[in-house]
Design a protein around this ligand. Structure first.
Ligand code: URA
Length: 244
């Protein structure tokens, strides 16, 4: 629900104050009936608002999807090489959603898709980038001091990486499985970090973004976020919030 004059201002009719005046003068109708109370609350997705007889476009419903991206898909909305796109996996989603941030073609795992531009912008802004956790299968088993170096930060060609959380989860089959949490979002960052310590990534999966977890979704499957998840994400992305 939103106050009528705020909704009108957001739709680009005029300033909030001018919208209040338009309402008071009886130039605005809701669902065909003139209203003169500016503070009235409306449902922007359901109520039909007219100003001087002209209907205002309804805002698009916001959609938030959590996808388990399979390897072999690009996260861009267009691909000049014609490769499969993550948006090809969506069925019956009428809104045009796009990925928040990116995952490499070969990387699997948690990808958020939305048409909420404000949230997408806030989540990817370097100032409050939320923590992202990856499981990386690497070649060989890194020694403890190499894991410490990774956690402290390693010098990459675009500058040193910020401190990360790094844990050796298993060393089955002579290759290490690392859990790595980073707060940055540089291109191919985890792959380049592991390469730097001499243990290139064999397979990479993102399992967590802030409060969101991949859970039991199979590659290619997706679900809508819950209200609680959306609220927690928005809280995390609020400017001035330092919890991440
Ligand atoms: N780091 C990488 O190297 N690749 C990804 O897809 C995400 C993070």
């Amino acid at each position: 629900m939103e106050r009528l004059h705020k909704f009108m201002a957001r739709a680009g009719v005029a300033s909030r104050r001018q919208c209040e005046e338009l309402i008071a003068r009886g130039r605005v109708k809701i669902n065909g009936r003139v209203v003169t109370t500016p503070g009235l609350k409306i449902d922007p997705l359901k109520d039909r608002v007219e100003v001087d007889g002209r209907p205002l476009a309804r805002p698009e419903k916001k959609v938030y999807l959590l996808l388990n991206k399979p390897a072999g898909y690009v996260t861009t909305v267009k691909d000049p090489r014609g490769r499969a796109k993550v948006t090809d996996l969506l069925r019956g989603i009428k809104q045009r959603v796009y990925p928040v941030g990116r995952l490499d073609y070969d990387t699997e795992g948690l990808l958020l898709l939305t048409n909420d531009g404000d949230l997408a912008y806030a989540l990817t802004h370097p100032r409050h980038e939320v923590p992202k956790t990856y499981l990386a299968r690497v070649k060989g088993v890194p020694a403890p001091e190499k894991l410490k170096a990774l956690a402290r930060g390693v010098p990459l060609e675009d500058g040193p990486t910020a401190p990360a959380r790094v844990r050796l989860v298993s060393d089955k089959g002579g290759n290490g499985l690392l859990e790595i949490t980073i707060h940055e979002g540089r291109n191919r960052q985890v792959r380049r970090m592991c390469e730097h310590i001499g243990h290139p990534v064999l397979a990479l999966r993102r399992v967590r973004i802030g409060p969101l977890e991949l859970g039991g979704l199979k590659p290619g499957q997706y679900r809508h976020l819950t209200f609680r998840e959306i609220a927690r994400l928005k809280k995390m992305a609020r400017p001035g919030d330092t919890q991440n």
